[in-house]
Design a binder for this molecule. Structure first.
Ligand code: KIV
Length: 263
């Protein structure tokens, strides 16, 4: 059982202990993860695994606020981060207005912004106005349509240099940590070593300062995409399928409810 982290204790984990982060979208699962995990991310991945869409781009601020409220009700001991959805932080003013809304309408601890060097001024504006920000660089799911797919980053010297610049710019803008997604392991290692804030990796090898996984991937509920970096800790879909089959069979055969389950 751990004490709830804050941005200072998260930063102290750099080079001392690995940070664990998972996504959650509702109070039930958040309450199960609470006090085991260091950080819960209310990711806009909920648009895919919770709402059944093909990508994250149609997630709205109202949806993120709704799910963050639910997660905050379930997890009282865990640092919570809310993903700012696509199109809600295109410029400094819009980013601040929308982040303040997230802060005022939920109890979230921080917001996540996708983007590198080009979004550093937006992150700086938020951190200057008392919003805690975690960056997100590398493969950025909100760019899937403009990039023509999900592409692993850091494969060329030029791209590596860009990612190093992105990380530095985000650190200098005042972010307390950075998610590094879908980046060649050696490059993610080099990025982690080049900055003083923690990096949390997903598909970025083992040398980041922590790891994040999407709960519905790691527990085997979502199988529309199965990237190789996901380790399945549970075969959730099979367990639920077996449970629902058993229930149907019991109802049909009048085995449920029995006398002990009746008044
Ligand atoms: O939306 C999300 O779940 C994320 C993780 C993949 C880091 O951004």
């Amino acid at each position: 059982m751990s004490k709830k982290l804050n941005i200072n204790s998260i930063q102290k984990c750099k080079n001392s202990q690995k940070l664990t982060m998972v996504t959650a979208y509702d109070a039930l699962f958040a309450s199960i993860f609470d006090s085991y995990i260091d950080i819960i991310l209310v990711g806009d991945s909920l648009n895919m695994s919770f709402l059944g869409k093909n990508d994250t781009l149609s997630a709205t601020l109202d949806q993120m606020i709704y799910h963050t409220k639910a997660v905050c009700s379930g997890a009282k001991e865990t640092f919570i981060i809310t993903d700012m959805p696509f199109g809600t932080y295109n410029n400094k003013d819009e980013a601040l207005t929308n982040s303040v809304r997230v802060y005022q309408e939920t109890e979230t601890d921080a917001v996540k912004i996708e983007g590198g060097e080009e979004r550093a001024d937006i992150i700086k504006h938020l951190t200057n106005n008392s919003i805690a920000v975690i960056g997100h660089i590398g493969l950025m799911p909100q760019f899937v349509r403009s990039e023509g797919g999900y592409k692993i980053r850091g494969k060329t010297q030029e791209d590596k240099q860009q990612l190093l610049k992105d990380a530095k710019a985000i650190e200098e803008a005042g972010a307390f940590a950075i998610v590094i997604e879908g980046v060649v392991s050696d490059v993610a290692k080099e990025i982690s070593e080049s900055i003083n804030i923690p990096t949390i990796g997903i598909g970025a090898g083992s040398d980041t300062d922590g790891q994040v996984l999407v709960w519905s991937d790691m527990f085997g509920f979502y199988d529309k995409l199965s990237p190789k970096f996901v380790r399945k800790y549970l075969d959730g879909k099979s367990l639920i399928t077996k449970g629902i089959e058993d229930y149907i069979s019991d109802v049909k055969s009048k085995n449920f409810p029995n006398n002990d389950e009746s008044y």
